[in-house]
Each structure stands twice: as C-alpha cells, then as structure tokens.
Design a protein. Sequence first.
Length: 227
Amino acid sequence: MEDLGFATSGSMSRLIVFDLDGTLVDSRRDLAESANLLLRELGCDALPEDDIGRMVGEGAATLVARVFEASRCAPPPHALARFLAIYNGRLLKFTRAYPGVHEALTALGARARLAVLTNKPLHATREILAALDLARYFPSACVLGGDGPFPRKPDPAGLRHLISEAGATPSATTMVGDSVIDYRTARAAGTHLCLVRYGFGFEGFPVGDLSSDDRVVDQADQLGAVL
C-alpha cells in the first residue's frame, strides 16, 4: 500500500482533514471569472460571482453543468475541457489563503496529522498549495484530489482512506469544510465535523441539521482553539 507520508513519531493519532476551496483558500473570484469567460465565449449570459460560488464543491464537471443551466445555455461537448483550460491558466490571479490559515495550520500541525481532501483536480490543488506556501503543512501523498482513485466527496472513500493510512479512527478525525458536501462526507465516514462559516460554500447551509457535537467557526484563526 502506498505510503502517505504521515508522520509516525510520537503518539500523535488525531487527524484533521481540510477541504480546499472555501476552507483553506478563497478561490471564488478565479472560479467565477473562469466560468464567466467560458459562458461569454459561447455567447451565453454571465452570472454573478456569488451565484457561481454557491455552485462550487462537487467538482469541475458539476460546476460547468450548473453554470450553463443557470445561464439557460446548452453546454457544448468541449465545455468542461475548455473551462479547465481557462481556469488552469489563472489559478492564482486572485486566489489567496484566508487570513489566519497559516497560523491555524502551524498550531494544529503540532498536535495532529493534517491532510487535504478536495474535489478539485489534484494538479491544480498542488499548484495552489505550493504557490500559497501551504504545501509544507501537508505531506504530498496526504493530499487527495477529485480526479484520483476515489470517488468525489460526499462519497466517504477518500476520507476513510486517509484515516486508515494515518492510523487514526473516525472518532479521532475531524473533517473541516465550508459546505454541505463536507458535512455529508463527515457524516458518511463517521468523523467529527467543523464547518467554516466564512467559506463561500456555507451560504444556504441547513444549520438545523447540525448536532451539538458539530463545531462552527467564523474565522480561520479560530480553528486552532476550536480543534
């Protein structure tokens, strides 16, 4: 079995798994502008940035399908490939780590193993993490993208794999994310959940579904204390 690169020294058995978009990084503007560039290329109406932000979370193919539906346009066969080409050319034009993310990861990395589970393609994920100096918190193989060997979230297979390879248990694992997709992933895997209210996927979240054990933070710099 592949070595995920988790630290093995000491008795550290806690695992904290982060979503990427809307949790570690604010990528909404780059995603929205890429989608709107695609729509305009094809003669379709552009959409508000906030609307596109609410469509993010289940992978590029789902995002593309949603923006075309919202624009009342029929997507051509090459729509997904063209979106990825546009977006990959501007991954980091506006995308930045949320304030407090570096400090939180530094604090959490001292007492838990850290991983990333995202529906974003792995190459783009790695490029963003490296460019924003976030890769140092996550061993390379502890980062799983949506185009890897496991189904995309909310399927729990990727999260369960990370738990197993870390030598952790669901009860010692927390999924941190900003959307109902992350909520469903945590529930399906039987892990703890921490939702970040600052993320662009949080709007419209069914807060009534949360339990007393779930945690919610308003800013990234609260993660170190809450977790």
